[in-house]
Ligand binder design. Structure first.
Ligand code: GRF
Length: 219
């Protein structure tokens, strides 16, 4: 009698493509600049991946725009220089971005990671680091761009949510998709509980994409 094949391991297909953790660049650490506005759990995930030897990179600088951001405390704890560039002190998005580029260059940054950066970026920044700026977004793009992505997903009634790491392009949340992780939506999920599970996946895929960049496969 034929038996049904064993069900596939559902966790194995959550992240596509599966990337070997051995993707460590043997050369110099990739010099990162992180832009963040808030809590900074993704900053922490990158710092931990580096500290544990899973990622050959160095966070040269954190740039943050909100004086209250917890991410600044995290940077201090990891001995990462933190530069506050408060958008309220700039006349235009371009002026802010010019200062960001200046700081990133001062700290000799090669790759820029937007990890919870709640500002729209302009070509001033994008053109200074062509194809070398990534962003993490809490949805399976191209669905649910922009703010409150998780609330948008719940309102739409999707059964699979997730997160995306993509290259940054002038249009918000629209650059080339690099890596995604899917997260099932549970019947009793709130925006908060779903966000918690999405963040677990964010903390996996963001260091993985940076590992790829360190391996010079994206440039
Ligand atoms: C993440 O959910 C990310 O997808 C979004 O902002 C959030 C930042 O979280 N862009 P944290 O500050 O890294 O904890």
């Amino acid at each position: 009698m034929r038996t049904n094949p064993a069900p596939a391991d559902s966790t194995a297909s959550l992240i596509s493509p599966v990337i070997s953790p051995s993707l460590l660049s043997p050369g110099e650490p990739l010099r990162l600049g992180i832009l963040a506005s808030g809590n900074g759990s993704n900053f922490e995930a990158v710092a931990k991946a580096i500290a544990s030897g899973k990622l050959n990179a160095k966070i040269q600088v954190l740039i943050y725009n909100n004086p209250e951001a917890k991410v600044a405390v995290r940077a201090t704890n990891w001995n990462v220089p933190a530069v506050l560039l408060n958008h309220r002190n700039f006349q235009s998005r371009e002026d802010l971005d010019r200062e960001i580029v200046h700081s990133l260059q001062q700290y000799q940054v090669e790759w820029v990671v937007m990890a919870g950066w709640m500002r729209i970026v302009t070509p001033v920044l994008i053109d200074a680091f062509p194809n070398q700026i990534i962003n993490i977004h809490p949805s399976l793009l191209p669905s649910f761009k922009g703010v409150r992505a998780i609330e948008q997903a719940l309102a739409a009634g999707v059964k699979i949510a997730g997160c995306t790491v993509h290259l940054v392009a002038p249009e918000v949340d629209s650059g080339v998709i690099l890596l995604q992780a899917a997260v099932p939506v549970l019947a009793d999920d709130t925006a908060e509980t779903l966000h918690d599970r999405i963040q677990e996946q964010e903390h996996r895929i963001l260091p993985q994409v940076i590992a790829l960049a360190a391996h010079d496969r994206l440039g």
